[in-house]
Design a binder for this molecule. Sequence first.
Ligand code: DGY
Length: 323
Amino acid sequence: MNLPDRPRAFLCRRFTPAVEAALAERFELVVNEDDSILSAAQISARAQGCHLLFVTATEPVTADVMAALSPTLAVVATLSVGHDHIDLAAARERGVQVLHTPDVLSDACAEIALMLLLNACRRGFEADRLVRSGAWQGWAPTQLLGMGLVGRRLGIFGMGRIGRAIAERARAFGLAIHYHNRSRLVPDLEAGATYHPTLEAMLPDIDILMIAAPGSPALKGVLDAERLARLPSGSVVVNISRGDLVDDEALIDALRRGHIRGAGLDVFANEPQVHPGYRGLDNVFLSPHIGSATHETRDAMGWLLIDGIEALRAGRTPDNLLR
Ligand code: DGY
């Protein structure tokens, strides 16, 4: 990859101080100082002349953006494992290399997955609100009874690195692991989990559905009314992937009826907007897309991108290059 000694880099969002300092040492850095979410048109206008474009999952890197930043743009580096916001076909066409941040965020995302699962099963939102409101009258034998985890069946949809990190933790809670993935894992990675060749086949056999499959146009609305109906009554749904995998109207209806006992959602279609139906429900625990949000993880994600760029400049192929 041919880049000037000090390539020009446009940073669409504010990264951690350590990562920004490392970027500024290496590149002529232009920063979107106020950390606002930029549209495709704004990126096209503001990143003119850049060789490196640093984005996150909130920035659409469309074919138009790449055309507008051509011919200087050589690398798009996204501070995310998900890459559904980047037109990879357009990048390939223009010879733009795309880097992302797999692996380093799996543990952090698995922690949030378990946080959502526990809160959905044990009624975390209602419990917190009861204490904060001052309405709590003290311990009671039938207060806020939830669903225990021991012996329950967790169905993980998407058994990549994050799915497996979730499974590892979930086993410690006594959950039996089921999964559906595009392909069956080798026995070592499967670690005794029960494989289901289709999502439809898995749904009737589980008590908790964990959505951990990568976002993609093919999976939009995959958890629809029909598939929700296949889950046993009283099941729990957790989503840490992308909001648009869930048909919000269908999930809200199932939560209202109690067919779905509770849900934990970290991601939403059209973020930062959240379907208003969720806000009025007590049996949903909501968090603002914080799967990878730890200091260590965000530093590690930034370093992985820097290392990837250095590898490309040295003529090597980094593991985090998307093809
Ligand atoms: C990811 O890494 O894809 C997370 O969802 C943050 O964008």
